[in-house]
Write a protein that binds this ligand. Structure first.
Ligand SMILES: [Zn+2]
Length: 153
């Protein structure tokens, strides 16, 4: 088992039910593994900010084929191993997690409150992080972290 940090394994960022179902190879090339290692440094900061609770990654690296299969943005940072979708239920809701990330001044390129999960993306090495914060609500992105009422209907 390959660990990227004491808290995260490489497999947590590459395993995909969708890839398995569609027989898509989601093995990351070495440059992506390097990016994932960078991403994990930030996720370790997030983990510490949340009181060292487990972070459950639902999507990390996506090969081009997998990204297309799941309907990801064509320029998605997931394709370079620089983004993760996750939850941390032992800390709180995705809304709470987003607020904590902002409160702790953790550096990111993009933080998206996706209602049922958090998307955190880093900038490529040669680019300055934008620190962009968005909420995905009713099919559109709006600036900031805007609380979404839980609609369990
Ligand atoms: Zn994402």
């Amino acid at each position: 088992m390959q660990f990227l940090s004491p808290s995260f394994t490489l497999a947590e960022f590459t395993v995909s039910q969708e890839a398995a179902r569609r027989d898509i190879d989601n093995t990351p090339p070495p440059w992506v593994v390097e990016n994932l290692a960078r991403l994990v440094k930030t996720l370790d900061e997030v983990r510490a900010a949340l009181g060292n609770v487990p972070i459950l990654v639902s999507s990390g690296y996506r090969s081009t084929a997998l990204n297309q299969a799941v309907g990801g943005a064509p320029n998605s940072a997931h394709m370079s191993g620089l983004a993760a979708d996750f939850i941390a239920p032992r800390f709180g809701s995705p809304f709470d997690v987003c607020q904590a990330i902002i409160r702790h001044n953790i550096e990111f390129d993009q933080l998206i409150y996706e209602h049922t999960w958090v998307h955190l993306g880093l900038a490529p090495d040669h680019k300055a992080p934008r620190g962009q914060i968005l909420t995905y609500r009713r099919g559109v992105y709006v600036p900031g972290v805007v609380r979404i009422e839980d609609n369990k209907a």
